[in-house]
Design a protein around this ligand. Structure first.
Ligand SMILES: Cc1cc2nc3c(=O)[nH]c(=O)nc-3n(C[C@H](O)[C@H](O)[C@H](O)COP(=O)(O)OP(=O)(O)OC[C@H]3O[C@@H](n4cnc5c(N)ncnc54)[C@H](O)[C@@H]3O)c2cc1C
Length: 499
């Protein structure tokens, strides 16, 4: 018997996808090369877009004791003011990604995902267009072939899955590279005086606390060749980079962990080949600035999970699985564009930086950039967009303020904890039957949430990924709901049998 869904890679994106599938009751097997969950993931912060998704799924509570909210955001290290957006903007959260991986691992396990470590995927055999995919895996018992109805490559930048199905990774590398490394520091370490991120004529230096007596040092230099492209950079190389950048001499022991990074921007040519999908860094990569790489990847997982589950449950509308690529690939392309623009502004020789710094003082520009770098401005193309004034401006977006409403509206938390769609009734008076979900109550919950946020709508239909697909300014405009339910959630149950 084939597995329903096999995910390659237990990084944050693969684990999030495993959780999404389990919410809907889909059987899932995760194959991970490492012997155990990654304890040295390079990231140290979650942007608002990631926080929003974790809030939606009730995962932020577990993370809270491992980090702290920080009311700051930047565009190319030009500081923005998220506080101006008040409650509509989810906060950023400082937390080592190893802890995010830990919490997602726990959640995936508790939901019943089958996680297998020391299982390296080597390739995909035969056709990916028949009723199953054959995955070649090397594990503790040697090489085996595992069959899956769907295979998802969440296996990072060098994705074996992407290469196995012959999908190009289109883009380039630009001359900006550096190191990332962890150091144990005493109270007298000079690194403590350089906490934060700062630009210098040659590039940038960032020093972030990652735990008691531990800091993560990230160096980045423009227009010079890296001393090496392979292996972990040793202490002497990191010291030299810090000296060149900031003129600072620091002493100490070898880093407890270190890695190199390069300024590579690439997007997969396709996100789907037959029964094989790509998500996260395996589908898109850019310089790690502002957390957009992770938020784009986590959003991939949340977009794909409910669609695969619907297909396997037999109620997906025609073409639903193809919407994964049409909805998500443009978001990755935009993230690559906006991050490249930021890297260009970080270059010490650009005067444009000063001009943009002036623009950021305008509240509208500040809001625009805060949402961009937080990954919360994403508007997915729904493909069925009707032209004209009737299209509600929220369509294709997440609903501002709805993620945190999970804490105050238990019915919403309940619906999302099961990966269901939600029809929000926001009207002052209980609705009188105009919001008719007959035939879809097995997939969509009606939730009363009067006064939620300052949304100009009395009823809103959200998919399981939190995206608005229908909204009515007035309950009287309730027309069209049935067609949208059909288009996104598939045929109603029981209706065919009755007729
Ligand atoms: C230096 C640096 C700093 C960063 N800082 C931040 C930050 O502060 N905030 C932020 O939001 N983002 C940051 N990022 C980006 C973030 O780390 C990535 O976007 C994120 O890790 C992508 O998650 P993923 O699950 O797609 O891939 P990965 O995290 O790369 O996970 C892929 C998993 O697949 C496994 N795997 C690979 N090949 C195979 C195989 N053949 N078989 C089985 N398993 C396999 C790997 O072992 C790994 O566990 C940073 C990135 C870098 C490089």
């Amino acid at each position: 018997m084939p597995h329903d869904v096999v995910i390659v890679g237990a990084g944050p994106v693969g684990l999030m996808l495993a959780c999404e599938l389990r919410l809907a009751g889909t059987a899932v097997l995760v194959l991970e090369d490492r012997a155990e969950p990654n304890a040295h993931a390079p990231g140290v912060a979650l942007n608002g877009g990631v926080v929003e998704l974790l809030e939606m799924r009730g995962l932020m509570d577990a993370c809270r004791s491992d980090g702290f909210e920080f009311p700051m955001a930047h565009f190319a290290h030009l500081w923005l003011n998220p506080a101006q957006l008040a409650a509509r903007y989810p906060y950023n959260f400082a937390m080592p990604h190893s802890r995010l991986i830990h919490h997602l691992t726990e959640r995936a396990r508790s939901l019943g995902a089958d996680l297998r470590y020391e299982h390296r995927v080597r390739g995909v055999d035969g056709s990916v267009d028949l009723d199953r995919v054959a995955v070649r895996v090397v594990g503790p018992d040697g090489e085996v072939t595992i069959h899956a109805r769907y295979l998802v490559g969440c296996d990072g930048v060098n994705s074996v899955v992407r290469q196995a199905v012959g999908v190009g990774f289109v883009g380039d590398e630009q001359p900006f590279h550096g190191t990332v490394s962890d150091f144990a520091v005493g109270p007298d370490s000079v690194l403590n005086q350089h906490l934060g991120a700062k630009e210098y004529p040659a590039g940038l230096l960032a020093v972030s606390p990652i735990g008691p007596g531990m800091v993560r040092v990230m160096t980045g230099e423009f227009d010079v060749e890296p001393p090496s492209r392979d292996g972990a950079p040793p202490l002497a190389e990191i010291q030299a980079a810090v000296r060149r950048l900031a003129g600072v001499e620091f002493t100490g022991d070898e880093p407890t962990w270190s890695a190199r990074w390069f300024n590579v921007t690439r997007v997969a040519e396709r996100y789907r080949v037959g029964r094989v999908f790509l998500a996260g860094d395996g589908a898109h990569t850019h310089f790690p600035l502002g957390g957009q790489a992770l938020s784009t990847g986590m959003d991939d997982a949340v977009n794909l999970g409910w669609k695969l589950a619907a297909d396997l449950a037999g109620h997906a509308p025609d073409g639903l699985l193809d919407t994964y690529e049409t909805e998500r690939r443009p978001i990755a392309q935009r993230a690559c564009l906006t991050v490249r623009a930021q890297v260009a502004l970080l270059h010490p020789l650009t005067e444009l930086r000063e001009v943009v710094a002036e623009l950021i003082r305008f509240p509208d520009v500040n809001e625009y950039f805060v949402k961009m770098v937080g990954g919360t401005d994403t508007l997915i193309p729904l493909g069925d967009d009707s032209e004209g004034e009737d299209v509600h401006p929220l369509r294709g977006r997440r609903l501002p303020g709805v993620a945190s409403a999970v804490r105050s509206v238990p019915e919403l938390a309940e619906a999302w904890s099961k990966g269901r769609g939600v029809l929000l009734d926001l009207h002052d008076e209980p609705e009188d039957g105009r919001l008719d979900l007959t035939g879809w109550t097995d997939r969509v919950s009606l939730v009363r949430a009067k006064g939620l946020s300052d949304i100009d709508a009395e009823a809103v239909l959200l998919r399981p990924d939190g995206r608005v697909v229908w909204a009515a300014h007035r309950l009287d405009d309730g027309k069209g709901l049935a067609e949208v339910l059909l288009r996104h959630f598939g045929p109603p149950t029981g209706v065919g049998a009755a007729s």
